[in-house]
Design a protein around this ligand. Structure first.
Ligand code: M6R
Length: 620
């Protein structure tokens, strides 16, 4: 939540503003309630900020007489303390003549106490934010120390909660100083210019050389370099790395929305996530985990921690991993995990799933699991993010940057990585027969990208149905087995994109209550397992379709090619290519994503930036 950009260049000009505005445009998915910038020239500080989307700030800047600058910071906000107004937008200024400006991502939990202290000293506040407190404290510390880095050191030790802070001061126009605790920050290294960002998207148009930071660190960037210190002033090192994607990957590539583009990226996301994880004989090789194989063989239970869409990937993983390894798998919503007094010990593998790697609830769950002695593996799409850094091991998904708030390609890449992990565990712990089965399923997984590609060319009818349903007030989704999390995901996509009441149910649960919701014309999507699914699953779901049809439901059936049993009971049949029952989620979710996208579009809503949401939930 909130996007932050910082820049220092070699000389005075308009370039710092251009860099920061471009960075904010790339980070807007992190929060879009308001936006602002501060520019520092020689001895002067200029700032502008506006409620609403970035375009409002752009318009305001076009009317301003914007001075040349050497240094700039920018912010795009997802409001926590204080509504989305011009006053509450960042940057916040502090000190004599407002010479200091600060932007913040996170929540300062002790801001009330600090504000009372500042009130007593006669400081006047112009916003309702927690951030303004940091601005005034930094300004006072700068007046005492005459140096922005020292000022940051003095202030951060007084702050509680989660924060990334970026500050500039008119009297030190050649530096941006930042601090981070439990909130993301990465350095970008240019040639004679340097950058800071909430993530690498902030500066990907300028450099692919990035530096990872640890918690509780302060970084000072100048045009010539950067310096990292602990909160106590101890010199520290960042970890340099190269970003593996380029600016084009974070653009719409001719699609109307990022979501549509990302749906079409899905075949590649799966292929890239599978790439390099098998040897020439088809055996899975996960050396990157760097976990002692004996320890993995000794795992007695698995707990998956995740939120939202990522938790549905975890639900799919449960069915697959339990079947392949016979290890019990439990799913915990990360924000509930700590409060359930979870059973975790050295033989528990705690798998976190997160696209951003910065979801605060998931990060806290991982820390808690480690404190209990659990072995933690992160499935993550963002190199060097907090969650993989704080886990014992990481299995990266390679979906590329996901910009639309609604997760699509990251979800499919997460499911793919879960399959890879499950098959690897099966191979490691099992017999030759298990290894052969793993090879066979990996072979089948490798065919999925092409099948999704084909499926995406057959979505015209789904688009039509979505347009036709623009006035629909409620939609239900049913599934069994791995179709159940897909029903949940279909409902979540519709809620977040089209603001329609949507519920996903396990089809077997219907008769225990939810069937009372069915009235004539009620649209219901049913995710049907293939006829070869075990335990008569297919037959049971076909019976569920009949039950709701008999009560007047409009049945929208997602079924495998060739499945004729559903035809008599379906108002619409949406076909997906054949694959093994456990791999079906990679295909059945696609029409539901396309449906939500087009229903949202038909309602004239903002597909990529739905109301009240932000891409990465970095506060608890
Ligand atoms: O970055 P993460 O994968 O940890 O995010 C988890 C959820 O916040 C995320 O999947 C959210 O549910 C999506 N907006 C759903 O489309």
């Amino acid at each position: 939540m909130c996007g932050i950009v910082g820049y220092v260049g070699p000389g005075m000009g308009s370039h710092p503003l251009d860099v920061v505005m471009e960075g904010l445009a790339r980070l807007e998915y992190r929060g879009y309630d308001s936006a602002g910038v501060a520019l520092v020239g020689d001895g002067s500080l200029f700032s502008e900020k506006r409620a609403g989307k970035l375009v409002n700030l752009q318009e305001a800047l076009a009317r301003d007489d914007v001075p040349d600058a050497r240094t700039a910071i920018g912010h795009t906000r997802w409001a926590t303390h204080g509504g989305p107004t011009d006053e509450n937008a960042h940057p916040h200024r502090g000190g004599t003549e407002g010479k200091l400006a600060v932007v913040h991502n996170g929540i300062l939990e002790n801001f009330h106490a600090l504000k009372q202290e500042l009130d007593a000293d006669g400081v006047e506040f112009t916003s309702e934010t927690d951030t303004e407190v940091a601005g005034h404290l930094l300004a006072a510390a700068f007046e005492r120390t005459g140096d922005l880095t020292r000022a940051m050191q003095d202030v951060v030790v007084r702050l509680e909660g989660a924060f990334t802070l970026l500050a500039v001061h008119a009297d030190q126009p050649d530096k941006v100083v930042a601090a981070r605790r439990n909130s993301p920050l990465v350095i970008g290294l240019g040639d004679g210019e340097n950058f800071l960002g909430s993530d690498v998207a902030a500066f990907i148009g300028y450099t692919k050389q990035a530096v990872e930071l640890d918690q509780d660190q302060i970084v000072t960037i100048t045009a010539r370099g950067y310096e990292v210190r602990g909160f106590d002033g101890t010199p520290a090192e960042g970890r340099p790395y190269e970003v593996t994607w380029d600016a084009a990957a974070a653009e719409k590539s001719g699609f109307d929305t990022f979501m549509e583009k990302e749906i079409h990226d899905q075949p590649q996301a799966i292929a890239d996530t599978l790439l390099g994880r098998t040897d020439a004989t088809g055996q899975l090789i996960l050396d990157e985990l760097r976990i002692d194989e004996e320890r993995l063989r000794g795992v007695e239970r698995i707990t998956v921690v995740a939120c939202g869409t990522a938790s549905y990937a975890g639900m799919v993983a449960k069915y697959a991993i339990e079947q392949w390894t016979r290890i019990p798998v439990e799913i915990a919503l990360a924000h509930e995990f700590r409060y359930s007094d979870p059973v975790v010990d050295a033989r528990t593998l705690v798998v976190s799933i997160s696209q951003s790697g910065e979801t605060a609830d998931t990060a806290m769950a991982v820390r808690y699991a480690r404190s209990l002695g659990g072995l933690t593996v992160s499935i993550c799409n963002t190199h060097g993010a907090t969650i993989p850094r704080e886990s014992d091991a990481v299995l990266y998904t390679h979906a590329g940057p996901e910009i639309a708030v609604a997760s699509t390609k990251a979800f499919l890449a997460q499911i793919t990585a879960c399959y890879v992990l499950g098959l690897y565990l099966a191979q490691l712990r099992g017999t030759d027969e298990h290894a052969a089965k793993a090879r066979e399923l990996m072979g089948e997984l490798n065919e999925v990208p092409e099948k999704i590609g084909a499926l995406l060319t057959e979505m015209d009818r789904v688009e039509e149905i979505a347009r036709f349903m623009a006035d629909t007030r409620a939609v239900l989704f049913l599934g069994r087995h791995v179709g159940y999390p897909i029903a949940m995901e279909g409902a979540l996509k519709l809620k977040e994109l089209a603001y329609i009441h949507a519920e996903g149910f396990a089809a077997g649960e219907l008769k225990h209550g939810p069937i009372a919701l069915i009235e004539p014309g009620q649209p219901v999507f049913i995710v049907v397992p293939g006829p070869d699914a075990p335990n008569e699953l297919h037959k049971k779901v076909v019976s569920n379709i009949q039950e709701i049809r008999a009560r007047g439901a409009r049945t929208l059936v997602i079924a495998q090619e060739g499945d004729q049993d559903v035809v008599p009971f379906a108002d619409e049949v949406i076909r997906v290519p054949r694959t093994s029952p456990l791999l079906q989620p990679l295909l059945t979710v696609v029409p539901l994503q396309v449906f939500a996208l087009h229903l949202s579009t038909a309602k004239g809503l903002d597909v990529d930036q739905p109301r009240n949401l932000a891409k990465s939930v970095t506060v608890e």
